[in-house]
Write a protein that binds this ligand. Structure first.
Ligand code: GAR
Length: 193
């Protein structure tokens, strides 16, 4: 059984979808949610789903080892970034090499990097008159959106699309694929017992 932690900064609809997917599943246990945002709706979702949620600040993540220590003491095997907008620090990257995945709401390597999250990504895609967008699930390294790509899926961008309508299409792909991609990685890995 692999213990999973999810990091989220906002609504947490992906976090909820992943939790629901794995509930009752013997291979994975979603043990903790972490958020940097005390106003994030993911906190409410965690409460409703009975998952412990830890709110942290920059110091907890980057200065002290507080978050790192919580991960280790809870025997977390695998980390999922689901709408998390801060960079993961080196100590966590090193301890969890190829055991942290992120979902990005566009087809990386395009439309990634610092500051590219949520509707900002969809607005840039529409402003550039792209015909396609989609999702990218990738391993996480020290740089924003640059780790090895694991999976991508596409959707079309229509002429009349707004950032909101494109976000809906992208979210649909995220809900469809993210949990099963995580499950496949866990099945192919050495770190579950
Ligand atoms: C998702 O679309 C995710 O791909 C995106 O934030 C949204 C979070 O939605 N992530 C990024 O932009 C990371 N650069 P949610 O909180 O409802 O799951």
């Amino acid at each position: 059984m692999s213990n999973i932690a999810i990091f989220a900064s906002g609504s947490g609809s992906n976090a909820e979808n992943i939790i629901r997917h794995f509930s009752g599943n013997k291979k994975a246990n979603i043990k903790l949610i972490f958020t940097n945002n005390p106003d994030a709706y993911v906190i409410e979702r965690a409460k409703n789903l009975n998952i412990n949620c830890l709110i942290f600040n920059r110091e907890d993540l980057y200065v002290t080892d507080k978050i790192f220590n919580v991960l280790i003491s809870n025997k977390i095997d695998f980390i999922v970034l689901a709408g998390f907008i801060w960079l993961v620090p080196d100590n966590i990257i090193k301890a969890y090499e190829r055991r942290i995945v992120n979902i990005h709401p566009a087809l990386l390597p395009a439309y990634g990097g610092k500051g590219m999250y949520g509707d900002r990504v969809h607005k840039a895609v529409i402003d550039n008159q792209e015909k396609e967008s989609g999702i990218t699930i990738h391993f996480v390294n020290q740089h924003y959106d640059e780790g090895d790509i694991i999976f991508q899926a596409k959707c079309t961008v229509e002429k009349g699309d707004s950032p909101e309508s494109l976000a809906k299409k992208v979210h649909a792909l995220e809900y469809k694929y993210f949990p099963t991609v995580i499950e496949n990685i866990l099945e192919g890995s050495q770190f579950s017992d």
